[in-house]
Design a binder for this molecule. Structure first.
Ligand code: C5P
Length: 236
């Protein structure tokens, strides 16, 4: 068989949702199933890439054939991404990373208080791992900067599609990534579902041409995204 279009390339995919512990039994989590990240990893493997898969909590198994690292929290995911990024051609940040974590983690289960007072949880910001990967790359010498392509995801709950696009463009700029996969979410949309609807935004987009959108199963959409990544790597 012919070598696939990503033969010789290393693709790192993050997937699933981070869990931020409150105490030994409780956490703050999110509805990410890991299905889109798993589908992206499979599509990259099918294209011949070596795939490093950094998995936070997932409802589905990690695909066979990946180099798997399991993480729980955003800070653990950050360490794993930093370690993988320098030797990746492509970084795909499909994981749903908690923006906040509890400022402290109790070593024992938080108990109901005798005085009836409600417990208070203070949240602190997690680092933006995607933005950090972009910053890290910009410090490298020209020509050696890796990953060559950094892909972010944006799950937006807005319903007016023009607003969602606008928001996506702002996020692309703010994070500085090379491609942003925008999808519309709600509790019954996208998260945990097998089908999805995405729009691909790039800093090179012209305002007058509508960006490409794809609807289909997460597998179909993953193949489209990997196809676009192949094009971007060829053009680079
Ligand atoms: O800002 P927002 O969470 O919508 O950005 C989503 C994108 O940023 C995703 O690609 C996600 O993996 C990444 N992200 C991150 N670190 C965070 C929050 C999100 O890398 N703390």
């Amino acid at each position: 068989a012919l070598p696939g279009p990503l033969h010789g390339k290393t693709v790192t995919v993050t997937a699933g949702g981070t869990r931020e512990p409150l105490d030994p039994v409780r956490f703050l989590g999110n509805r990410s199933s890991g299905k889109q990240g798993a589908a992206l990893a499979r599509a990259a493997l099918d294209a011949g890439a070596r795939v490093r898969f950094i998995a936070a909590h997932m409802d589905v198994p990690a695909p066979d054939g990946v180099e798997l690292t399991r993480v729980e929290t955003a800070l653990e995911l950050r360490e794993a991404v930093h370690a993988a990024a320098v030797d990746s051609d492509v970084l795909i940040m499909a994981a749903a990373v908690a923006d906040f974590r509890p400022d402290t983690q109790s070593n024992t289960k938080i108990k109901k208080r005798d005085d009836g007072a409600d417990p208070v949880i203070t949240l602190v910001r997690n680092p933006d791992i995607l933005a950090e990967a972009v910053q890290q790359r910009s410090k490298a010498a020209a020509g050696t900067a890796r990953p060559a392509l950094i892909v972010g995801f944006a799950a937006e709950t807005g319903d007016g599609s023009a607003d969602v696009l606008d928001y996506g463009r702002q996020k692309l700029k703010r994070k500085g990534c090379d491609l942003l996969v925008l999808n519309r979410v709600g509790t019954s949309l996208v998260f945990g579902q097998d089908s999805t609807e995405v729009t691909l935004l790039s800093p090179q987009d012209s305002e007058s041409v509508p960006p490409p959108s794809y609807t289909g199963t997460k597998t179909d959409v993953a193949q489209r995204i990997i196809g676009r990544i192949e094009q971007e790597l060829e053009a680079a």
